[in-house]
Design a protein around this ligand. Structure first.
Ligand SMILES: C[S@@+](CC[C@H](N)C(=O)[O-])C[C@H]1O[C@@H](n2cnc3c(N)ncnc32)[C@H](O)[C@@H]1O
Ligand code: SF4
Length: 374
C-alpha cells in the first residue's frame, strides 16, 4: 500500500502566515507541470511496485489547475504505476476557485476527496490571514461542492488567530455545513511571513496561551459531541472518513512526493525535492534527480516514528519499537513515558502509549522527552 503526493507550487496571492513552498509567479507553470510528469517517470521504481491507494494534490494551490492539467497528471500515474481502483484522490482547493462549473469538471477527473481551505468563517480573521476569500465565499464553496456531488469533503480551519472572537461560531458553521472531516491547526507564526514581520515590529500580538488552549478545548468538546473522531492531533473525521493518505503517512507506509519541495519515504530513506521552481525545472531538464536523499539511521527513524505516531489515536507501539529498533530504545521510551503517565498526560495500555486529552495540550513537550538524542 503506497501513496503519491503531488505539490503544486503556485498561489494567486501569498497568505500572511504561510511558509509552505509556493510562488505567486505563474511564468513557469507549464514547465513545472511537464517536470512533474517527467519526475513521475524517473521515480517509477521508488515505491517498488507497490499498489497506489492514495493520490494527494497539495500545495500551494492545486485549484489553480484546469481539469485538463489534472487529468494529464492522473493519466501519467495510471500509465506508470499500479493504481488501485479504490484509490482515494484528494485535492486541496481554495474556496474562491470553486465555481460551480469548475467543481463539475473536478468531479469528472476522478477526484473523490476535496480539502477546502476555509480557515475561518469570520471576515476579520480572513483579512488578517491575507486570504483572498471571505466567509460567505467559503460557505458557498462547501455548499456548491456538495451540490456538485462531492461526498467526502474536508475543511481546513485555523485557531489561535490574534484577535479571534468567534471560534465557537466557526465551529457552529462547520456543523451547518455537515462536512465529513476537519483539519484544525493552531496558527503558527513562521519566519519569512508577513505575520512574523508584524510581530517583530510589535504591531501584532499573539493571543495568550490560555485563549488558544480554551479554543482547542472547545474544539475537542465539539468533536466529541458531534461524532468527529480525533485520529490525529489536528485531524477529525466522521467514521469512515479519515484521510487515508495522511493515515498511511502516519502509519509509516511508503509515499512518493513529486514536484518542488515534496518529500518521499520508502521505509529506508527519505528524500526532499529542491524548494525552488527554477532549480527544479533545470535539474529535471538536465536529467538529474531534483532531490537530496538521506538514508535513515535507526535513531533518526525512531525519532521520526515517535514524532509522528504519538500524535495519532493509534499511539506509539512499544512492540514495534523493540522489533524494528532495539529493546534498549523500547525501554528508554517506556521509562520516559512513565513519568507523564503519573501526571495523567499519557496513557500506557496494551504495550501502546497514547496522549490523554490533557496531554494533547502539551504534546510537543512530551514528544521532545521521548525522542532519543545521542
Ligand atoms: C499549505 S495550505 C494548502 C491549501 C490551500 N492552498 C489553502 O490555503 O487553502 C494547507 C493548510 O495548511 C494550514 N496552514 C498553513 N500554514 C499555516 C500556519 N502557519 N499555521 C497554521 N496553519 C497553517 C492552512 O490551514 C492551510 O489550509
Ligand atoms: S495558505 Fe494556501 S493559498 Fe495561502 S499562501 Fe499558503 S498555500 Fe498559498
Amino acid at each position: 500500500m503506497a501513496g503519491i503526493y503531488i505539490h503544486i507550487p503556485f498561489c494567486k496571492k501569498i497568505c500572511s502566515y504561510c511558509d509552505f513552498y509556493k510562488s505567486a509567479s505563474f511564468i513557469n507553470k507549464t514547465e513545472i507541470l511537464e517536470g512533474i510528469t517527467t519526475e513521475l517517470a524517473y521515480q517509477k521504481d521508488y515505491l517498488e511496485d507497490e499498489e497506489i491507494e492514495t493520490i494527494y494534490f497539495g500545495g500551494g494551490t492545486p485549484s489553480v489547475l484546469s481539469d485538463i492539467e489534472i487529468t494529464r497528471m492522473l493519466n501519467s500515474i495510471q500509465d506508470l504505476y499500479k493504481v488501485s481502483e479504490y484509490t482515494e484522490i484528494s485535492f486541496e482547493a481554495n474556496p474562491d476557485d470553486l465555481s460551480k462549473p469548475y467543481l463539475d469538471k473536478l468531479l469528472k477527473t476522478g477526484i473523490n476527496r476535496l480539502s477546502i481551505g476555509c480557515q475561518s468563517f469570520t471576515d476579520e480573521d480572513l483579512v488578517l490571514l491575507g486570504r483572498r476569500h471571505n466567509a460567505k465565499q467559503s460557505i458557498n464553496s462547501v455548499l456548491s461542492a456538495k451540490i456538485a456531488g462531492f461526498l467526502n469533503i474536508s475543511i481546513d480551519l485555523i485557531y489561535g488567530i490574534p484577535g479571534m472572537k468567534n471560534w465557537d461560531e466557526t465551529l457552529n458553521r462547520v456543523l451547518d455545513l455537515q462536512v465529513q472531516h476537519i483539519s484544525a491547526y493552531h496558527l503558527s507564526i513562521e519566519e519569512n511571513t508577513l505575520l512574523h514581520k508584524l510581530k517583530q515590529k510589535g504591531s501584532l500580538k499573539e493571543p495568550d496561551e490560555s485563549i488558544s488552549n480554551q479554543q482547542y478545548s472547545e474544539l475537542l468538546e465539539f468533536a466529541e459531541k458531534k461524532q468527529f473522531i480525533q485520529y490525529e492531533i489536528s485531524s477529525f473525521g466522521k467514521e469512515g472518513f479519515f484521510s487515508k493518505h495522511n493515515s498511511n503517512y502516519w502509519k509509516q507506509e511508503k509515499y512518493l512526493g513529486i514536484g518542488p519541495s515534496a518529500h518521499s519515504f520508502n521505509g529506508n530513506s527519505r528524500q526532499w525535492n529542491v524548494s525552488n521552481n527554477k532549480k527544479y525545472i533545470r535539474e529535471i531538464n538536465n536529467g538529474k534527480t531534483p532531490f537530496v536523499k538521506e538514508i535513515l539511521n535507526p535513531l533518526d527513524h525512531y525519532n521520526d516514528y515517535i514524532l509522528i505516531s504519538l500524535r495519532t489515536m493509534w499511539g506509539v507501539d512499544l512492540e514495534y519499537i523493540e522489533n524494528k529498533f532495539s529493546k534498549e530504545l523500547k525501554d528508554y521510551c517506556n521509562t520516559s513515558a512513565r513519568k507523564f503517565e503519573e501526571y495523567g498526560l499519557l496513557r500506557i495500555e496494551n504495550n501502546h502509549i497514547y496522549l490523554t486529552d490533557q496531554g494533547k495540550f502539551v504534546s510537543d513537550n512530551i514528544i521532545s522527552e521521548l525522542l532519543y538524542v545521542a
